[in-house]
Design a protein around this ligand. Structure first.
Ligand code: URA
Length: 236
């Protein structure tokens, strides 16, 4: 299938789409030996796309990392306000990687970083309904009514949420901890769901994505996903 060349370059993990467009404009990209122009399309199965004379797909190493994002880091590549980004935590790589999905500034936990655009699209596509589990702390006691509402679906300004699972509810001092599993990925969804049923979230950490567990990985640390984990994630 034909696709825009900047999309092919970014899917191959060489650059962002914006950067790829600049490369095309600068004449560094060819398709079947002819210099490409912005707006050109190519079929990765049939056409040979080269950047600086090097073919896409030849030797591009794919990277898959599982990071424990600490609170206070933004999930973008660059922050206009100069705050630290999750990519700053991964210093020793030459490849350009980016986060799969997003966690709020004040959310901690499991975040995948990769340079494999197709993999990232697969995991974040709503059709695949990948389950995400969050450890949530709210002020007060979570009532049975609020729990049932979270499980049935909550009316938010962008519509009703899909049924969710609440488990491992535990009171601790003035707070309640529980696990909430959702498969949608709306903006600030867990915080908004809890607010809608009368609870303010004071801690939020993603502890599971599909079958992947955050486990005991310390905040700010990351590990490589194994080949087995990557192929299992591609099948989710
Ligand atoms: N839900 C939220 O409210 N925030 C996150 O970071 C992730 C899910």
């Amino acid at each position: 299938m034909k696709q825009r060349i900047q999309k092919l370059i970014s899917a191959a993990g060489l650059a962002s789409r914006r950067q790829a467009e600049e490369w095309i404009s600068a004449g560094r990209v060819t398709v079947n030996g002819r210099q490409a122009s912005l707006g050109d399309q190519a079929d990765p199965a049939l056409d040979r796309v080269e950047v600086d004379g090097r073919a896409l797909g030849s030797g591009g190493r794919k990277i898959y990392l599982l990071l424990n994002k600490p609170v206070g880091y933004v999930t973008t590549l660059k922050d206009p306000q100069g705050r630290p980004t999750v990519v700053d935590l991964v210093q020793d790589l030459r490849e350009r990687i980016y986060p799969v999905g997003r966690l709020d500034l004040n959310t901690a936990g499991l975040l995948i970083l990769t340079n494999d655009g197709e993999f990232a699209n697969h995991l974040t596509h709503p059709r695949h309904q990948v389950k995400k589990t969050y450890l949530v702390r709210v002020r007060g006691r979570l009532s049975d009514a609020a729990r049932r509402q979270l499980e049935r679906g909550v009316k938010l300004e962008d519509g009703l949420t899909a049924p969710a699972q609440v488990s491992s509810v535990r009171a601790s001092g003035a707070h309640t901890w529980f696990e909430l599993t959702i498969h949608e990925g709306r903006n600030r969804q867990v915080r908004r769901m809890c607010e809608a049923v009368g609870f303010s979230v004071s801690r939020l950490m993603r502890i599971r994505l599909g079958f992947l567990e955050l486990g005991t990985l310390p905040p700010g640390q990351y590990r490589q996903l194994s080949g087995g984990e990557v192929s299992k994630l591609k099948k989710l």
